[in-house]
Design a protein around this ligand. Structure first.
Ligand SMILES: [Zn+2]
Ligand SMILES: [Zn+2]
Length: 307
């Protein structure tokens, strides 16, 4: 299996923290830009139909974001308590999410629903539309605690998409200044989730820096390069690319904890987008799986054990 990889040498360590922008929040048009990227990737891609479907989901996320009402912000006592304990303000495990996320889900399902969808997908949409609030909260709890395998793989992307809309709305309404740093550099300073991938060369930062992209709220936070995002080891880090690929997407693996994270190098392709390009490079995940490595953070739209 290793013959299918080209192992590339680690790069230089970044400059010291302090001069560096720590957090970059997503723009409010993120989902429409993501939809555009999915549509760009779909033609001629082996997963083209799936990517087109995801473009429709991202469009529906944008519609939902534009239409759901603004919800109450954390009160100052909550903010102070989070800051003093180093807990992200919108932590998935402690922040009491507002039921508005379910309004977002209803809007999203309505928007994405189309006779052109395969029967099984239409059935999942109807099944979600019939679920009680309590049942939907249970699915949300499973997703937010990382138990993606316990959620129906056909329902997962819709519920995860609605949770992304809600968290992005909250994060952007609060603004970057509301969020401090977290103790563990591998988790999102906004919501405490794991990253879905990393970006090197974000246009919002200085060139060459690495930002991790939150799998839930799409915030990006700085993390020095050549350091495992899961266990923070600095030795035994290797980079892999698919043979024949242009090196725009690499998997950075760690020998210490056997995890890996995909890194998108924007200097090679400025059109790349964290979520879309992660889902368009599932072949790299399959090959890393063959190497005995597992993802250091999820993509909330699928679980590796399902097809
Ligand atoms: Zn986040
Ligand atoms: Zn590690």
């Amino acid at each position: 299996m290793s013959s299918e990889f080209q192992n590339v040498a680690p790069e230089q360590i970044d400059k010291p923290a302090g001069e560096i922008r720590h957090l970059i929040l997503p723009e409010r048009d993120l989902f429409s830009r993501r939809a555009e990227r999915f549509r760009q990737l779909a033609p001629g891609h082996p997963l083209g139909e799936y990517l087109d479907f995801l473009a429709a989901v991202a469009d529906a996320q944008q519609q939902a974001l534009d239409q759901i009402p603004e919800v109450p912000q954390p009160d100052p006592r909550w903010s102070a308590s989070c800051h003093s304990h180093g807990i992200p303000l919108l932590n998935v495990h402690s922040w009491q999410r507002h039921s508005a996320w379910q309004q977002g889900l209803a809007l999203l399902l309505q928007q994405v629903s189309s006779d052109a969808l395969p029967g099984a997908t239409r059935k999942s949409i109807s099944s979600l539309q019939e679920k009680s609030e309590a049942e939907l909260e249970q699915i949300a709890d499973l997703i937010l605690s990382g138990e993606l395998a316990k959620v129906s793989p056909r329902e997962l992307p819709f519920v995860a998409a609605a949770l992304q809309v809600y968290w992005l709305q909250m994060a952007t309404a609060l603004g970057e200044a509301a969020f401090g740093r977290t103790e563990h550099g591998g988790t999102c300073p906004v919501c405490g989730s794991l990253p879905s991938s990393g970006i090197v060369g974000s246009p919002a930062s200085e060139q060459g820096l690495r930002y991790l992209c939150c799998s839930l709220c799409a915030a990006q936070w700085h993390m020095v390069r050549i350091k495992c995002c899961s266990c923070e080891a600095t030795g035994g880090i290797n980079h892999y690319i698919l043979e024949g690929a242009n090196g725009a997407v690499k998997a950075e693996s760690c020998d210490n904890c056997n995890s890996y994270l995909k890194l998108l190098y924007l200097e090679k392709d400025r059109q790349m987008e964290a979520m879309a390009d992660d889902l368009a490079t599932l072949t790299l995940d399959m090959l890393m799986d063959g190497e005995g490595k597992s993802r250091g953070g999820p993509n909330l739209f699928f679980h590796p054990g399902t097809d």
